[in-house]
Design a protein around this ligand. Structure first.
Ligand SMILES: NC(=O)c1ccc[n+]([C@@H]2O[C@H](COP(=O)([O-])OP(=O)(O)OC[C@H]3O[C@@H](n4cnc5c(N)ncnc54)[C@H](OP(=O)(O)O)[C@@H]3O)[C@@H](O)[C@H]2O)c1
Length: 242
């Protein structure tokens, strides 16, 4: 790894989809700044990456619901690597229940993690992304960025917000040649889906590595073709959902 290698920031990299994306990026030659609350999970992710050398992979245990977290994380990227080529806003959580069941505290916490943190990470990262040869942002939404499922009104609100900011940022940043993509998976085989959809047979879930593979594909398109969004459905779901 040298200063020539691009740098990616991946949030929610301590397990699940974020871990798979981090491992995939390390194999593509990215140096990594990995963020989540849990240090142990981040260390396990780092162990699964090829050896990136002592300065190739940096772990930052941070709670993204803290308002100042985005600024601190980007400052860390600047101080450690002096560059940032790719921001992957992946960290997220879900709460479920009928619309009458949520508290104000649940709203504030979920929106802080799923919507506010990615928004301000994008904003804070702009100077570094503008300076990168090919700045890029990938926001991990969900099929509920577009649909409304029963018992998922709060999660759906947060993921619609994430998709909305992705669309607008893609327009805002086009002149800077920064591409902003949305990846919208259906049920993925991680801890999160077990919490909300224990009814789905694990054998029918998308694997986190499959989601990482779609991100690899998006990033490989660096010519005149741009894929703004990728919607990934489980094979067991009907094709072309309305
Ligand atoms: N699984 C699915 O079916 C599915 C489907 C569509 C979209 N998604 C989206 O995919 C993304 C990843 O989900 P996943 O399925 O991989 O879930 P997961 O296995 O529960 O992983 C969530 C990640 O986010 C981190 N995180 C949670 N709260 C955080 C906080 N306050 N501050 C910093 N990091 C935090 C977790 O690490 P710590 O706990 O260590 O902080 C973990 O690394 C989410 O945005 C999710 O909405 C998931």
């Amino acid at each position: 790894m040298t200063n020539q290698n691009p740098v990616a920031l991946v949030t929610g990299a301590s397990r699940g989809i974020g871990r798979s994306i981090a491992v995939m990026l390390s194999k593509q030659g990215f140096r990594l700044l990995l963020v989540s609350r849990g240090q142990t999970g981040l260390e396990e992710t780092a162990r699964r990456c090829p050896d990136l050398g002592p300065e190739g992979i940096v772990l930052l245990a941070t709670d993204l619901t803290q308002p100042e977290a985005p600024r601190r994380i980007i400052q860390h990227a600047r101080a450690t690597f002096g560059r940032l080529d790719l921001l992957v806003n992946n960290a997220g959580a879900v709460v479920s229940g009928p619309i009458g069941s949520y508290t104000l505290e649940q709203w504030e916490e979920l929106m802080a993690l799923n919507a506010r943190a990615p928004f301000f990470l994008m904003q804070e990262a702009l100077p570094l992304l503008r300076a990168a040869p090919r700045g890029c942002i990938v926001n991990i939404g969900s099929v509920v960025s577009k649909a409304g499922y029963a018992d998922q009104s709060l999660y759906s609100a947060s993921k619609h917000a994430l998709l909305g900011m992705t669309k607008a940022a893609a327009r805002d940043l086009a002149a800077d040649r920064i591409r902003v993509h949305a990846v919208l998976p259906g049920g993925v085989n991680t801890a999160m889906v077990g919490d909300v959809r224990p009814d789905i047979d694990a054998s029918e879930l998308i694997s986190p590595d499959e989601v990482a593979e779609t991100v690899r594909f998006l990033l490989s398109m660096d010519g005149n073709a741009v894929i703004d969004e990728l919607v990934i459905r489980r094979a067991a779901k009907p094709a072309w959902p309305v």
